[in-house]
Design a binder for this molecule. Structure first.
Ligand code: URA
Length: 219
């Protein structure tokens, strides 16, 4: 299922991101009330083109990990804290022709951009209402648990705590009154850059598999 965001919130995002280098709009995807909601950083070029979250190279790694605990794209909700592709503009010399050409590579979203999308993400989380939130990498983790949270310390751990939600003045965050269950994971792109992380990431996902199963048994 492709989620339909409220027009009012989309308008607010447009106003708050006006003039920024952000392209496309890739909606979150998946069933409501799933066991797992995967939260990435922002769509990349591939996602912008096909409009499916985590459908590029990182997505392929992510699907292997998800499949390793018996889940798939069909039964998992997939989104990210920013819904447009952040890009930078670079003038690069073409090696063959020597001409200057403009490139628009992906970049990490700024804190302001993450904040601009925060009310939309809060709405999405409340609507999807997953059992477990899985932030992938520091951008998603810090959006939820604040700037001191670090994926190197928290990966693969089950955390039950309040999360940050957009404050109504649009200038920052406030803590939720409810507790949420999170199991932070390294972003799958980290494996592409540093293959040595793979055994750690695989072990973290097995822990997530145990957390999901433990919750099901209790119910
Ligand atoms: N990285 C993300 O965080 N999200 C995507 O959809 C793709 C890459």
């Amino acid at each position: 299922m492709i989620i339909k965001y409220p027009q009012e919130l989309l308008k607010q995002v447009r106003e708050r991101t006006a003039g920024r280098q952000l392209a496309g709009f890739t909606p979150g995807q998946g069933p409501l009330h799933p066991d797992i909601m995967l939260v990435g950083e922002a769509p990349g070029r591939h996602e912008e083109q096909v409009n499916i979250p985590f459908s590029g190279a990182s997505g392929q790694e992510l699907m292997k990990l998800l499949n390793s605990i018996g889940y798939s794209r069909e039964n998992t909700y997939i989104t990210s804290v920013v819904r447009q592709r952040p890009y930078s503009i670079k003038q690069v010399r073409d090696k063959k022709t020597g001409e200057l050409v403009e490139k628009r590579p992906n970049r990490t979203p700024t804190k302001k951009e993450v904040l601009a999308f925060a009310p939309l993400f809060d709405w999405e989380l409340a609507t999807v209402a997953p059992r477990i939130i899985v932030p992938l990498g520091n951008t998603a983790l810090q959006r939820l648990l604040g700037p001191t949270a670090n994926i190197g310390e928290l990966h693969g751990q089950k955390l039950v705590r309040p999360i940050q939600q957009a404050a109504s003045d649009g200038k920052g965050y406030q803590w939720s009154t409810d507790d949420y269950t999170l199991v932070p994971m390294y972003h799958p792109a980290a494996i592409l850059y540093a293959r040595r992380l793979l055994p750690t990431v695989q072990a973290d996902w097995q822990k997530l598999g145990q957390v999901v199963t433990a919750g099901v048994k209790k119910e």
